[in-house]
Each structure stands twice: as structure tokens, then as C-alpha cells.
Ligand binder design. Structure first.
Ligand code: AMP
Length: 305
């Protein structure tokens, strides 16, 4: 695995690989790698001749009161993990190359950036869209891999790539979880022992939603209410939002339908966590008059464009 720190060098490498006819897979990350990131890299290694992973803690997507400076970093360990996953090039640019002063440009994806996390983190998705756009321009991947963990981010990147005719296929892969169900996240490292135990409540609230839907409940308000009740039982947990929306355009849904995203965000102690689930409901046609339609709730669907 080669470490590439220079933008120009990264571009030259990509051009060379492309000229050999190699398909380039790309996994953008902010580092402090865990199995969630690695699952994306492994998929790319499986599907593409060349895998580029980037590690860049993008200052543009952090608000002034957020954790940019203390965001966990461990490049040495990341290098080991990326190499083991089969990454060919680890792109690690620095701030002065990424954002030469003055930096005056930005990419915005309207509407779907405004709800959910966008409401709580003004400017966050503008920062995300801008850096991903820059990384796409530098790496020029054929396929880029993102995690369903950041469902709103994935929806925004897909829309950006579609709207702006970017020559890249966006693939969104399922959430990788700890044994107890907590979604893996670099920020889980901030949790103390008690908070770590409490943090699983977000996933449990999503499971509760699933079980209600499996029993036939379709009213979003009822489902959100039950989730709220469950989370509020945990003292260290504070809900930021529970959103029940269309998984693609993130429009609010009053009634659950096929391809509904249920997303939850909140704090456990001082740590901000997010999690979500996509509900797939398949109403199969009954074979006999008395047979009820079969409902399938698919909890972790792979969601490709
Ligand atoms: P980050 O380093 O947090 O910016 O994440 C880089 C990529 O990894 C994003 O596409 C995330 O959605 C994805 N990712 C983060 N956590 C997980 C997880 N638990 N499962 C799957 N993908 C993840």
C-alpha cells in the first residue's frame, strides 16, 4: 500500500491506473478506522482492480462548537488496517493543499440537506458535499463507497453525483454494528463505560420501531412516540430528533411505506450519535382469499444506485 500525500501525485496515479484499464474504487473517510470503514474498503477491493482510501478530517464540515480539534486520529493504526483490507493507495492530503487561501467555492445540495442533521448542524452538508466533490475530482473513481450509517450524507452524495453528472457510481453499504447492536463510529471512543452501555438504546429504539411495523403499525407519530418513550428511560440519553422519511428524498412521511428511513440522533452524555434503519415492506399478493399479505421488514438493505 502506498501513502500519497500530494494532490498532484494522486491525480497522476489515478490517470496511470485508468490508462491501464483498471477500475478505481474509492472510500473517503475521516480515519480512526473501524470495521464500518473496512467493510467499504473490502467491498471495493472485491469489486475493483484498484482501491483508493482517503483519510482527511475535513474542517469545512465541522461547526465552530464541534469536535474538529479533538476528533480522534491515529494514522499509524489506520495504515495497518487499510493495508490489511487490501487498499492500494491511502490518500492523506493536508489542509493547506485541500483549502488554499482564499478558498471561495462550495457545493450545495438543497432541500435534502436541510432536515435531520442539517437542521442541527448548519453548513455541515455543504462542507461534506464540497470535500467529496474535491476528492472525486482528484481521485476520479469509477465507484465510490459510502456507509448507510450516514444515511442523509449518502442521499446527498447520490443526488449531487446525479444532478451534476459526475462520472462515478455511488454505492451505499449496510451499517456495521458492535455485538450489542451499537452502530460502529469513530466517535464511540468518546463514550465512557456507562455511556457505552447506554448508547445501545438508539439501536433498541429502531428495533422497537421494526417490531411495531411487523405487527402492522404504520402511523409514524405512534412509532416515533414509542421510540421516544424508550430512549427517554435512559438517563444519559437526550434525543435530538427522530425522523421518519422517504429514504431517497428524505420527505417526512406520516404513514410508513416501502423504503422508509427511520433515523435517530441524540446525545449520550456529551457524545452525539446517529443511527437508522431502512424499512422495506413487500406486500406479496395473497394466493388465497383468506391469506394475509406477507410483510417483510428488511433491516439492513444494501442500497445501490
Ligand atoms: P467517517 O470516517 O465517519 O466520515 O466515515 C467514512 C465512511 O464510512 C462514510 O461513508 C460512513 O458512512 C462510513 N461508515 C461509518 N461508520 C460506519 C458503519 N458503522 N457501518 C458502515 N459504514 C460506516
Amino acid at each position: 500500500m502506498k501513502i500519497v500525500r500530494d494532490i498532484k501525485e494522486m491525480r497522476q496515479i489515478s490517470k496511470k491506473e485508468r490508462s491501464k484499464g483498471n477500475i478505481i474504487g474509492f472510500v473517503p473517510t475521516m480515519g480512526y478506522l473501524h470495521q464500518g470503514h473496512i467493510s467499504l474498503a473490502e467491498k471495493s477491493v472485491k469489486e475493483c482492480e484498484i482501491t483508493v482510501m482517503s483519510i482527511y478530517v475535513n474542517p469545512l464540515q465541522f461547526g465552530p462548537q464541534e469536535d474538529f480539534l479533538r476528533y480522534p486520529r491515529n494514522l499509524k493504526k489506520d495504515m495497518e488496517l487499510a493495508k490489511k483490507a487490501g487498499v492500494d493507495y491511502l490518500f492523506v492530503p493536508n489542509d493547506s493543499q485541500m483549502y488554499p487561501v482564499p478558498f471561495l467555492s462550495a457545493v450545495e445540495v438543497n432541500t435534502i440537506s436541510e432536515g435531520l442533521c442539517g437542521k442541527l448542524r448548519p453548513g455541515h452538508f455543504k462542507g461534506v458535499a464540497t470535500v467529496v466533490n474535491k476528492l472525486f475530482n482528484i481521485v476520479e473513481p469509477d465507484i465510490a463507497y459510502f456507509g448507510q450509517k450516514d444515511a442523509q450524507q449518502a442521499a446527498i452524495i447520490k443526488k449531487m453525483a446525479f444532478d451534476l453528472n459526475m462520472p462515478v457510481k455511488i454505492k451505499v453499504l449496510p451499517i456495521v454494528r458492535e455485538k450489542d447492536g451499537l452502530a460502529m463510529s469513530s466517535r464511540n471512543t468518546y463514550l465512557n463505560q456507562l455511556e457505552r452501555k447506554d448508547a445501545v438504546i438508539l439501536y433498541e429504539s429502531l428495533r422497537k420501531a421494526c417490531s411495531l411495523i411487523e405487527k402492522g403499525e404504520r402511523r409514524s407519530a405512534v412509532i416515533a412516540g414509542q421510540m421516544k418513550r424508550l430512549i427517554n428511560k435512559v438517563e444519559s440519553a437526550r434525543i435530538s430528533y427522530i425522523a421518519i422519511v422517504d429514504a431517497e428524498d428524505l420527505r417526512e412521511l406520516k404513514i410508513i411505506k416501502n423504503n422508509t428511513l427511520i433515523a435517530v440522533a441524540g446525545f449520550v452524555g456529551k457524545v452525539r450519535l446517529i443511527d437508522n434503519i431502512v424499512i422495506k415492506i413487500k406486500n406479496q399478493k395473497p394466493k388465497t382469499k383468506n391469506q394475509k399479505p406477507k410483510i417483510q421488514v428488511n433491516k439492513n438493505d444494501e442500497n445501490n444506485v
